[in-house]
Write a protein that binds this ligand. Structure first.
Ligand code: FRU
Length: 428
């Protein structure tokens, strides 16, 4: 593992304030996931399937490869012989990254585990992203390698192969390189904060500078309850409102690291850890799966969050939150829709979906968590399968839910055909 730390930077990470989050409106139809049919389908009934992402290019757009959509998910085997709740809750400890392929982005065939047995040093594989290296057949997997209380941002790569029936990977995914873990100066280590997070790398090339970055979920360095919540963290609170004592333990940040090894030759081994681009000190404790979409010259930053991780004097649904910058990746981010909420679960179905990922066209995939019986009985169904994809539109600092598609439906604006010749293949 080889990462340097850069503390002196020109940007000042933005803050998602407590006051901003108080503007969250539950059940606003423009920012609320549609209610999902209680009888949702489970196409892969021997697997729990949750955090999901599609193959993307370095420029950040989903791409098909030789006519195949390729999708990656966190998976765990379903054990049909034990209590279903226990089995679902135990999934994080058994998580591995698997892949699926499809001709239409709708009907997915399971391809198996991505990493070869023994490739990963630690037992669990948590979320990440899969990048098709420009004008090659090479896929880079950035993911979270988890085990023994440690989580490390890691990398592996291989080459894709396809025929008329399937997609598979060769010459790789047989070893994993650890890239970096939390440094304890900017980002919390498990020793400092037992509830720390450090995971979910998202690869991003800054078009202005050409620099390569990884965004990740983290917590501010320091002891669990020692985070300063002052006027910058609260912003302007209503009369009589003060931060609740638990707010000094809410310290989610979106971290960033810059690639310092030789990226023209795709050497992804050396990174420089930099201060966060967004903080939610006092407001929230987990900003998971951070990701970026650029539209109309604006940089949109998204992360998912659970209701239970808000500080006590504010609240919001399980869902996806977002922020917009007018001056690029390191610019000041303002919460989208005033509050930050982009898509939340309806109050009637508070655990309906999670782990939303917005693609470059505004399609949003997520997984089904738990759906309550709409008849109001105490029955419920656990998901562990993909939710209907939805579409959001962006208008400056606002977003609007506009459409609902099929379960697990993926879209790709780019269709990449690789002939094996470096000079002529490209995007069609
Ligand atoms: C979100 C998440 C991710 C993590 C994964 C572990 O659903 O908590 O942050 O990588 O699940 O299962």
């Amino acid at each position: 593992m080889s990462a340097t730390i850069k503390r002196n930077v020109k940007y000042k990470g933005s803050q998602w304030t407590i006051a901003d989050s108080k503007k969250i409106r539950f059940d606003d139809p423009t920012t609320t996931m549609p209610e999902i049919d209680y009888n949702f389908p489970v196409p892969h009934s021997d697997l729990w399937q949750w955090d999901t992402w599609c193959l993307r290019t370095e420029q950040g757009e989903n791409a098909t490869y030789n006519g195949w959509y390729i999708m990656f998910s966190l998976l765990a085997p379903r054990n049909h012989n034990v209590d279903i709740n226990k089995d679902w809750n135990a999934r994080h400890g058994k998580a591995f990254i698997g892949y699926f392929f499809s001709r239409d982005g709708l009907n997915w065939k399971y391809g198996g585990a991505v990493l070869k047995p023994g490739a990963s040093k630690r037992p669990q594989q948590w979320a990440g992203c899969s990048i098709l290296r420009n004008l090659t057949d090479n896929v880079d997997l950035f993911f979270t390698s988890v085990g023994s209380g440690q989580s490390v941002i890691a990398h592996s790569s291989a080459h894709i192969r396809t025929d008329n029936n399937r997609v598979w990977f060769v010459d790789g995914f047989d070893s994993v390189t650890d890239l970096f873990g939390p440094d304890g100066v900017i980002y919390a280590t498990p020793g400092q904060n037992p509830y720390y997070s450090f995971r979910d790398p998202f690869f991003w090339v800054d078009k202005k500078s050409g620099e390569h970055y990884l965004l990740f979920e983290a917590n501010e360095a320091g002891a669990t309850n020692g985070h300063y919540v002052g006027p910058e963290e609260t912003s302007y609170l209503p009369p009589g409102d003060v931060p609740t004592p638990d707010s000094s333990g809410k310290c989610a940040v979106i971290g960033i690291a810059r690639l310092v090894s030789d990226f023209p030759h795709a050497d992804y081994t050396k990174w420089e850890i930099m201060p966060p681009i967004l903080k939610a000190i006092g407001t929230h404790d987990q900003l998971e799966r951070p990701h970026i979409v650029e539209k109309n010259g604006l940089t949109y930053l998204f992360a998912i969050g659970h209701a239970s991780y808000f500080s006590k004097n504010t609240k919001g649904p399980d869902g996806i939150y977002g922020y917009v910058s007018r001056d690029g990746l390191f610019g000041q981010y303002q919460p989208l829709n005033g509050s930050g909420l982009v898509l939340g679960n309806p109050t009637r179905q508070p655990k309906e979906t999670y782990s939303h990922l917005v693609d470059s066209q505004g399609y949003v995939m997520s997984f089904i968590d738990t759906i309550n019986d709409p008849q109001g009985t105490s029955r419920y169904r656990l998901g562990g399968t993909l939710a209907p994809t939805v579409k959001i539109e962006f208008v400056d600092d606002r977003t609007y839910l506009t459409k609902i598609y099929d379960y697990g439906q993926a879209f790709a604006p780019l269709h990449y055909n690789w002939t094996g010749r470096q000079d002529t293949s490209g995007f069609i």
